[in-house]
Write a protein that binds this ligand. Structure first.
Ligand code: ZN
Length: 168
């Protein structure tokens, strides 16, 4: 498994809720953790490894590899307050930064990897990270947070790179 990049169509798929947190899901979580720390990044959604299921992993202390791998399954944002601007990157959208406006405080619920309910509050970078990953599960990318012009320029740049790789 590897991290897939734009314009892979799986990144545009709406992820399905996880019904059974079985062995396969545990394995998937392990792999996602390894890929996230290896990248390195602070969050990774299942779509980004080619699986359209509602799971993401995150860890703001990604340098402390694996010490506190957080997992959220079937997440929902239950409330959100205030706004915060940020410049976000994405492991699936290489060499691109998008200025985004996110909610500053959120409450989110979901399940942990044992299937136990999680209710958590997040603010600042953690809140931004969680909103970014939930975007992925809905098929939304940071490219959707910028102007059409900026998005088109990036798409053209990627197409050119892909063509160059093909022609090589
Ligand atoms: Zn991302």
């Amino acid at each position: 498994m590897e991290i897939v990049a734009y314009p892979d169509p799986i990144l545009r798929e709406k992820a399905e809720p996880v019904r059974n947190i079985d062995r396969d899901i545990q394995d998937l979580i392990e792999i996602m953790g390894e890929l996230m720390y290896g990248a390195p990044g602070i969050g990774l959604a299942a779509n980004q490894v080619g699986v359209a299921k509602q799971i993401f992993v995150f860890d703001l202390d990604y340098r402390e590899k694996g010490k506190s791998l957080n997992v959220l399954i079937n997440p929902t944002i239950v409330s959100a307050e205030d706004r915060i601007e940020f410049e976000e990157g994405c492991l699936s959208v290489p060499d691109f930064l998008a200025k985004t406006t996110r909610r500053k405080y959120i409450k989110v619920k979901g399940l942990d990897r044992k299937g136990e309910p999680i209710d958590m509050e997040a603010e600042g970078l953690l809140a931004i990270c969680i909103q970014h990953e939930i975007d992925h599960l809905n098929g939304t990318l940071i490219l959707d947070h910028v102007s059409r012009l900026k998005r088109n320029l990036y798409t053209k740049r990627i197409e050119k790179l892909m063509k160059r790789d093909r022609d090589r």
